[in-house]
Write a protein that binds this ligand. Sequence first.
Ligand code: ACM
Ligand code: ZN
Length: 515
Amino acid sequence: MLKTANRHAAASGLPALIPEPVSAVCGDGCFTLSAATVVAAGDGARPTAEQLAELLRPATGCPLPIAASASPGQPQIALALDSTAAGLGPEGYRLEVTPKRVALAAPTPAGLFYGVQTLRQLLPPDVFAAHRVEPAAWRIPCVAITDYPRFAWRGLMLDTGHDFQHLPFILRFIDLMALHKFNTLHWHITDLGTFPLEINGYPRLQDPATLGTRTRGEPPRGVKPGRYTQDEAREVVRYAAARHITVVPEIDMPGHSTPALIAYPQFDCPVPHKTWDFEHWEYCVGNEATYGFLEDVLSQAANLFPSRFIHIGGDECPKDHWRKCPLCQAKMKAENLRDEDELQSYFVRRIERFLNARGRRLIGWDEILEGGIAPNAAVMAWRADKHAATLAAAAGHDVVVALTSHLYFDYPETTTPLDKVYSLEPVPEDLPREHARHILGAQAQMWTDNHPTEKEIERLVYPRACAVSEVVWSPAAARDWPGFTWRLDVHRQRLAALGIVVEPVAGSAPAPAAT
Ligand code: ACM
Ligand code: ZN
């Protein structure tokens, strides 16, 4: 939050930062980026210095040479890894802008990277343009910022399982996340529309005949065909890691598995059935062959994605035909399971043991609480009426808040408006304080059931993701809707330079004026 005592000092150039930093004290004057500016990178800071220079060069045209050090009189942006800043935590940074020098220090490269994102936002919005622009000057207002995130899990979910998106779009999605200091891309890879990830040994997963047929919208749109090779998945992981974003893959099971079951019906229950509109929906979890298949898929996914968590879905599995399936019923008998909820729980525990043995943790949608949660599992709480975040966190399980009520961005803004998103408090009120540490953070979901185009996806995600970035990064006490609206008015210009047109917020507050 801006130190109000200093607000008037820089009222005309008050930094409009999203997410709002922990503390920003405005000074007098500014640093002007020019052809004479060098980037000084101390030990270990060079990769981030290169990222900074690459981000600033296209619009400014400044060469921004990188050197190990610069002479004191030279206009410079100095990046330093600084262990004395360890108190800021693993993602914190300090940024000080004076007329002669910009100094960015952090205990880790991640902290430096977030400082770079703030520095970009201190420049005129045109700095985000992909081509050379000529503003009056590339001024950075003098300011001293200390900043670190509130939550460790700051995420967006992208759904390529209802509909496919191309690789360049996913990389751009990651760039936009980085600008907002998100650090987790939950990649919902598979669902009822498509299983687009190449899995060695199972070539039929991307057979066009497996694409979901349900169409919605006017005119109706089908699932776009496409696949990600394993090399492309590695490219997504590498690209995200360079931006300090972890990709958490989701292979949805045992429900939402239509394409895999069209491709390999031997893993479905051997009884005729329909779940909702679908002849194939959930795996037969009484069949040992199913576990062999899923373990093949998960071990390949784990090799591609080095994330601590692997998401296994677990949502919306009605289990009706497990009741009629001789294999599922035999498994229940053999394992002493009372009902089909316990059967799903048995399945999730078994998958958890498989992942834990490979050093990974399982995360699943909050249905994994039903029938008894697996011992080390983390829960993604999506159903607002189930109090899953409170139940799971109070029982000692880690939780990521992903509520339909505030964080489903496939819903239009008329249903989930920006101010509602901004009002979200991730730590449930009814959760005893001593369990609050189990709320790892929150994330917004971009589902693609309605087959949006890639442009439409960006327009659904922004500016609501700007609000989420502040919910998960900024201190709870800094939440300030009028303040957010005037900062967003400036931020809209940055997004416009990046090719995302966002309407002005109705009734947005004016920037604080000089007193
Ligand atoms: C979900 O919306 N099925 C998690
Ligand atoms: Zn079965």
